[in-house]
Structure formats: structure tokens, C-alpha cells
Ligand binder design. Structure first.
Ligand code: SDX
Length: 398
């Protein structure tokens, strides 16, 4: 028979890296950023402050935060050639495809992708240069995201407005939620700020693992971000909240839930927004997201799909199939309904996940390069294919 190597499943669970950025206890449903519980940060902090915490390891002093915010808001403009390039995408190009391509193209505008242009400076060791790259990417990602949306709806690009804060600026450039005037509703700005905090970092998820792989090859950080965003684009990852909304629309009414769940339990499709590789308990982020829904509905009106989502959750949490497999709502289960109520189109949902996760990816990029012991990531495989055999001439093959 085949020379099948039996491998130790434990091998497959080897830890890929050590990190100080975020901690998850999947059984207890705990998530901490640099030791601070996600519940406290969601209630008391802001996304830009959390981004500082993730990337620099400590909460900023007032002066540190003012400098951080100023530097980031100072880097929201895109090179005109990049803006022009973005206008050349087909009108119905998926905004995530535009974002991934644009972040990669951005590397060709920066000297970091060609160290020869930086004599005597190392873009992976020189702190000043690394921070400059971090400010640039944190600033520009909201502009790239907004322009990908504006291209999608065939509208001109809104240049960043310097007087607005980070979230207000993004919404202004989207021109989506500022009701035609200059500032968006404060409740919606707050809701998006908390949603960005919840999506900023999550240990070694698929896209962050991609980020660490790419960082280890010492390709420039813009290309690393493009690669990580490409991983997040997948429907089993960052595309899940878009898939949840399509699932709720397909179910259509509360009365169709039992038949839908029977199909799922028969292995015909998945309950999107449920289950998690690490959480075998309620995703702590999902609990906070559910509370945000009521605030948003008070401004934008209740999204009817929330009733189907809540009934689906209630039934699934008492169903043996889901209980036995420890399947609970994850961060994506309610976000799609909230974003729809706020007026975002579904193909912008993974983009709304990408913006905050850039902070987590940059934290891992900086952490990886800070450790001189880190080498290029090169995992080994479990080879279970055929071993050494003789070549067969064409006329002897059947
Ligand atoms: C995110 O890694 C991260 O941290 C990601 C993330 C982050 O912040 O970065 O948290 C963000 O990606 C959240 C997850 C979003 N994805 C979805 O909601 C898609 C639906 N979820 C599933 O595809 C699934 O739960 C995964 C991919 C999230 C995790 O799956 P696992 O841990 O690989 O589990 P599995 O696929 O091996 O399934 C185990 C069992 C199987 O049943 P059996 O074969 O044992 O009978 O559970 C079943 C699966 O069929 N199962 C589901 C299910 N998820 C798992 N059955 C129905 N619906 C589901 N959603």
C-alpha cells in the first residue's frame, strides 16, 4: 500500500510564534490587547488610541497621543498618481480588490521597497523610518478605502478634511453618513470607533499569520499589508460578515429558520458568523457588537434582518448540533446587519474589517522585526505522497 506517513496531530498544533500583542482564551471567551480586556477598551478608549497601544505596547500619554494623531492625519493624502490609478478600476470592481491592488502599488512609490535608495538606513531596524511607514499606512488606509467605495459608486474622490478626526474623516471621504453636511452623526462615529477597536487585532488569525510570513521575507511593509488584506478578503475570514448578510437575506423570514438549520445540520452550507477556530465559547467581541446595534438603529432605523439574526442565535444556542461542536456567534454575526443599517453596501464590509486590522498587522510587523532572532518563516510539511519510483516512458503509460 501507499507509504502513508502517520503524523502526530500534536505536531500540527505547534506554536508558530511568540508575541506580546494580544491574548485569547478560547474556552473562557477572553480577549486582551497588551493585557487590557477588550470590554474595557471598547468602553473607555478610542480606535486610534488602541492602535497606539497595539503598535507601541503601552497606552499613550496625552502628548504622545496628540503627536500620534497629528502624524497619522497628516498622512491621509494619496499621491495623485495613486488616485489616478484607482480611477482606472472597472466601475463595479470589488472595493477589496481595489484596496489590495492599491496597497501593493503604493510600495512602488516609496523608497522602502528599494533599500538601495536609503543608503545606510534599514527600513526594518531604523525606528524613525519604521514609524514613518506606520504613520503613512495608518493615514492612507482610510483614504484608499473611501476612494475604493467612491470608485464603486462612480463619484469623484473627496480629499481628506484636516479638521476632522480619524473616523469622521473616513466617513466624510465616503460621504456616506454625513447626511450631505460636514460631520457625521456622533452616535455613528462612536459606533464605528468601537467596531474598529473590536476588529483591530486577534492573535495569529489567517491574515495576521500571512503578515508575519511576508514580514519575515523582508519585502516592504506596503506589500505585506496587501498580502495580509488578500487573506482577509476570503469569505471564511474577513468576508464572513458579507456572507452572514446574504445568509439572512436568503432565509428571508423567522419562519424559515428551522428548515434552514436542518440544511446546515445535514452539511448543506454553514451558519455564517458562527464558529471559530479558537473560541469554543461566545466571542467576547460579538457580545459588544450586539449592544452597538441598538445605538445605530436609534439613528438609522432598525434593520429588519436583526430579528432573523436574533431568532437564529436563540435557536442555534439551544440546538445539540451547535452545542456539541461548541459553535457560538463570532464577531461577524451582527456586524453585517449594523453596517447595512448604517448604509454601507455589502462589498464594503471586508474593507471595514481591513481598516482597523491594519493596526494589528503593523503591530505584528514591528514586533517581528524587533526580534533579531526572527528568521524567515519556513514551515515543514507532512509528506504523504508517493516515494522514489522509476520513470515510465510515454508508450508504457496507461
Ligand atoms: C473571523 O482566526 C480568527 O481570529 C478570525 C477572526 C479574526 O478576528 O481575525 O476571528 C475573524 O474570521 C471569524 C470567523 C468568520 N467566519 C465565519 O463565520 C464562517 C463560518 N464559520 C466557519 O467556516 C468555521 O466556524 C470557521 C472557519 C470559523 C472555524 O472552523 P474550524 O474551527 O476550522 O472548524 P471546522 O471547520 O473543523 O468545523 C468543526 C465542525 C465541523 O462539523 P463536523 O465535520 O465535525 O461534523 O463544526 C462544523 C463543521 O462542519 N462547523 C459548522 C460551522 N463551523 C464549523 N457547522 C455549521 N456552521 C458553521 N459556521
Amino acid at each position: 500500500g501507499e507509504n502513508l506517513m502517520v503524523y502526530d496531530p500534536g505536531y500540527m498544533q505547534t506554536v508558530c510564534c511568540t508575541s506580546r500583542i494580544s491574548y485569547i482564551d478560547g474556552d473562557k471567551g477572553i480577549l486582551e490587547y497588551r493585557g487590557y480586556p477588550i470590554e474595557e477598551l471598547a468602553e473607555k478608549s478610542s480606535f486610534l488610541e488602541v492602535a497606539f497601544l497595539l503598535i507601541n505596547g503601552e497606552l499613550p500619554t496625552k502628548m504622545q497621543f496628540e503627536k500620534w494623531e497629528h502624524k497619522i492625519l497628516h498622512h491621509t493624502y494619496l499621491h495623485t498618481d495613486i488616485s489616478r490609478m484607482m480611477k482606472n478600476f472597472h466601475y463595479d470592481a470589488h472595493p477589496m480588490g481595489v484596496l489590495v491592488s492599491t496597497m501593493s502599488a503604493m510600495s512602488t512609490f516609496q523608497p522602502e521597497q528599494n533599500p538601495a535608495l536609503l543608503p545606510g538606513m534599514d527600513p526594518y531596524k531604523d525606528t524613525l523610518l519604521m514609524n514613518k511607514q506606520i504613520y503613512r499606512i495608518m493615514g492612507r488606509i482610510i483614504t484608499v478605502a473611501a476612494y475604493a467605495y467612491r470608485n464603486r459608486i462612480g463619484r469623484p474622490f473627496n480629499e481628506p478634511a484636516q479638521e476632522l478626526n480619524y473616523i469622521e474623516n473616513f466617513l466624510y471621504m465616503m460621504d456616506r453618513l454625513n447626511e450631505g453636511n460636514y460631520k457625521s452623526h456622533p452616535k455613528l462615529v462612536k459606533a464605528l470607533d468601537v467596531l474598529f477597536i473590536l476588529h483591530a487585532e486577534h492573535e495569529l488569525n489567517c491574515s495576521t499569520a500571512a503578515m508575519r510570513h511576508l514580514a519575515s521575507s523582508e519585502v516592504d511593509v506596503y506589500t505585506c499589508i496587501a498580502g495580509a488584506a488578500a487573506a482577509l478578503y476570503g469569505r471564511k475570514h474577513g468576508g464572513a460578515n458579507e456572507a452572514v448578510l446574504r445568509m439572512l437575506e436568503e432565509i428571508g423570514s423567522v419562519s424559515n429558520i428551522p428548515s434552514f438549520l436542518e440544511k446546515v445540520k445535514a452539511g448543506k452550507g454553514r451558519l455564517m458568523g458562527f464558529g471559530h477556530r479558537v473560541y469554543k465559547n461566545y466571542d467576547p467581541r460579538a457580545i459588544i457588537v450586539r449592544k452597538i446595534a441598538d445605538d445605530v438603529f436609534s439613528v438609522c432605523g432598525k434593520e429588519p434582518l436583526i430579528d432573523i439574526a436574533m431568532e437564529l442565535e436563540k435557536i442555534a444556542l439551544t440546538d445539540k448540533y451547535f452545542i456539541d461542536r461548541k459553535l457560538y456567534p463570532n464577531v461577524d454575526f451582527y456586524t453585517g446587519v449594523i453596517y447595512k443599517s448604517m448604509g454601507f453596501p455589502t462589498d464594503m464590509f471586508p474593507v471595514l474589517f481591513t481598516i482597523p486590522r491594519v493596526a494589528g498587522w503593523l503591530a505584528h510587523w514591528k514586533e517581528f522585526h524587533a526580534d533579531p532572532e526572527n528568521k524567515i518563516v519556513r514551515p515543514r510539511q507532512n509528506y504523504i505522497g508517493k516515494r522514489t519510483r522509476d520513470y515510465i516512458p510515454t508508450d508504457k503509460r496507461q
